[in-house]
Design a protein around this ligand. Structure first.
Ligand SMILES: NC(=O)c1ccc[n+]([C@@H]2O[C@H](COP(=O)([O-])OP(=O)(O)OC[C@H]3O[C@@H](n4cnc5c(N)ncnc54)[C@H](OP(=O)(O)O)[C@@H]3O)[C@@H](O)[C@H]2O)c1
Length: 170
């Protein structure tokens, strides 16, 4: 079964972005993101794509936009969440991928919650300035694992936390 998951990093106030960028740099979190998403379809909003600036290598990059003329090399463009998820599923089935990742930003997370079964969350244990938020998971979710990292080098402690949607809520 192909699973639809989200992957996000948020701070102690659920901030995920500032001025179109990530508010922090945590190198181990970028590695974690790369390892999990490697080889799989990733779905993102147009603003998140533009913040990254290029398609991420070794992943099937899907961008969601309302702009019918939007084109980017080596990316699939869709004008709705449903179409994007269908496109990702087709790719995943043909390429033996087990996962589809919704990678943000805030607008796309909010509109895809009904499709998502698993959430890979990096809790950044600090307060940052920001303008873009993640809406906290509700009672339909249960935590299944948690790993704390001191991260003394960058001075930003964080935890990798995984949640699953409670089966009766699927
Ligand atoms: N911390 C993290 O884990 C993380 C992850 C991802 C992003 N971010 C941050 O989040 C910020 C970007 O998030 P955001 O919420 O502003 O933008 P976003 O969700 O990345 O993109 C929003 C855009 O997606 C398109 N869109 C949204 N809903 C749509 C729909 N139903 N149908 C068709 N197109 C739709 C629209 O594009 P058009 O305007 O082109 O129509 C909209 O402007 C940045 O600061 C980024 O760095 C953080």
């Amino acid at each position: 079964m192909i699973k639809v998951s989200l992957i996000v990093a948020y701070d102690s106030n659920y901030i995920i972005g500032k001025d179109g960028k990530l508010p922090w740099h945590i190198s181990n979190d970028l590695k974690y993101f790369k390892k999990l998403t490697n080889g799989n379809p990733i779905i993102m909003g147009r603003k998140t794509f533009e913040s990254i600036g290029k398609p991420l290598p070794n992943r099937y990059n899907i961008i969601i936009t309302r702009n019918q003329d939007y084109e980017k090399d080596n990316c699939m463009i869709y004008s709705s969440i449903n179409e994007a998820i269908d496109g990702a599923r087709n790719y995943a089935e043909s390429n033996n991928c087990k996962d589809i990742f919704i990678i943000g930003g805030s607008e796309i997370f909010m509109q895809s919650m009904n499709f998502i079964e698993k959430a890979y969350i990096t809790e950044v244990h600090k307060v940052f300035d920001g303008d873009t938020f993640f809406e906290p998971l509700n009672k339909d979710w249960q935590e299944i694992s948690r790993q704390y990292h001191d991260n003394e080098i960058e001075g930003i402690p964080y935890s990798f936390v995984v949640f699953e949607k409670i089966k009766s809520q699927l």
